[in-house]
Write a protein that binds this ligand. Structure first.
Ligand SMILES: Cc1ncc(COP(=O)(O)O)c(C=O)c1O
Length: 378
């Protein structure tokens, strides 16, 4: 079904007057049963929300020589709110943060370019994997200006410098997009995903889930899902599977983001406060599926990739989806859960982006970037 306006605005019409939003992803994403996987896992009730099909053909405006690339996945949901705000503020440079192979960095730069904005991406190396290399190639192809740091302190310094330098340039208006797109506005993208799930349940397209699983990196998806499930009155528990170190991905960060998004909504439409009165946002984070580091494949993740590909024909990558699915399967196998229903949000489309695979010429990119693009899997 084609989307025209967010469920959020339909449910609370005053939000439309105050909350920026633009349509980037096309259709509502389907919920499908994972019957074969559920059977093999010992009789579990499992479903998948196909946010990997939440997609846009983005990049430079169409024309000879223009680079366009498909952006897909849950990151695009956040950008519908974040980039609408950047446009409203007449920004022309996006400054954001992400590892070399970040889905967020690529999605932001591709959509930003389409809207006439440059993107400065403060970035750092990560383990090399095919999906990460494709993302970095695609980020370069849509013109992302990389500022490469070695580690977290360098990232902060480079971000401050990029913002300061651009803000000091006459006529230039930078807009900061936090890592993962997880600003309070970005979190609303996941609130909207939860309302979409609730609408599908009400329409009889899917059973009401007891748990909704997502990978947790910058915690925006988990925070938004938790808030949205509460706002929809669905009674399901949002469960995040941690894929990033604890310093950035933890319960406190998730509560803070959910609280900031809730406050934003309640300010924009007091009706939201009435709906949520007396309710707290509930979620759980699973920490045992992270492995040796961000972007480092785990054995359980490898098994999850193999099994879901063989039984369901679904493609997962090792950084996010594989760890989240491994976490969901272990959680749902615990005693007493076989009569409960779990919904896995598939947040990432894993497919070669043929149109950008060869771009740009590797001779023109920094040495460390070239080494990453030419490397084999770590
Ligand atoms: C494919 C994918 N899934 C899930 C996440 C996690 O979302 P969040 O950063 O909001 O926790 C990210 C980004 O970090 C991602 O790229």
């Amino acid at each position: 079904m084609q989307r025209r306006e967010p469920h959020l605005f339909r449910q609370h019409p005053r939000l439309a007057e105050h909350v920026p939003w633009m349509l980037l992803g096309g259709r509502r994403t389907p919920i499908e049963p994972l019957a074969a996987l559920g059977r093999e896992a010992g009789g579990l009730r499992l479903y998948v929300k196909r946010d990997d099909s939440f997609a846009r053909d983005a990049g430079a405006p169409a024309g000879p020589g223009a680079t366009r690339a498909e952006v897909a996945g849950a990151k695009l949901r956040k950008l519908e709110f974040v980039l609408a705000d950047a446009v409203r503020r007449h920004s022309d440079v996006l400054v954001t943060i992400g590892a070399f192979g970040s889905n967020h960095l690529f999605a932001t730069a591709a959509c930003g370019r389409e809207l006439g904005m440059r993107t400065i991406g403060v970035t750092m190396p990560q383990p090399s994997q095919p999906h990460a290399r494709r993302n970095l190639r695609a980020s370069l192809a849509v013109g992302t200006e990389l500022s490469i740091a070695r580690g977290a302190p360098g990232v902060m310094a480079r971000t401050a410098w990029a913002l300061g330098r651009t803000a000091a340039t006459p006529g230039v208006h930078p807009y900061f997009v936090p890592p993962g797109g997880s600003s309070p506005l970005g979190v609303l993208g996941a609130v909207e995903a939860a309302l979409e799930i609730a609408a599908q349940v009400r329409a009889g397209e899917a059973p009401a889930p007891d748990y909704v699983f997502v990978p947790a990196g910058s915690c925006g998806l988990l925070a938004g899902l938790a808030l949205g499930l509460e706002l929809a009155g669905l009674g399901a528990l949002a469960v995040g599977v941690r894929v990033f170190p604890r310093y950035g991905c933890n319960e406190w960060t998730t509560r803070r983001l959910a609280g900031a998004a809730r406050a934003l909504l309640e300010r924009a439409d007091p009706g939201v406060g009435t709906t949520l009165a007396g309710r707290s946002v509930r979620f759980r984070m699973l920490h045992d599926f992270f492995g040796a580091g961000y972007g480092r494949a785990t054995e359980a993740g490898r098994r999850a990739i193999e099994t879901v590909s063989r039984l369901e024909g679904l493609a997962l990558e090792p950084t996010y989806g594989a760890k989240a699915l491994a976490g969901m399967l272990a959680f749902m196998r615990a005693p007493g859960r076989s009569r409960e229903t779990a919904l896995f949000v598939h947040t990432c489309r894993v497919a070669p982006n043929e149109r950008v695979v060869d771009a740009p010429a590797l001779g023109s990119v920094p040495r460390r970037v070239r080494a990453f693009l030419e490397s084999e899997e770590a």
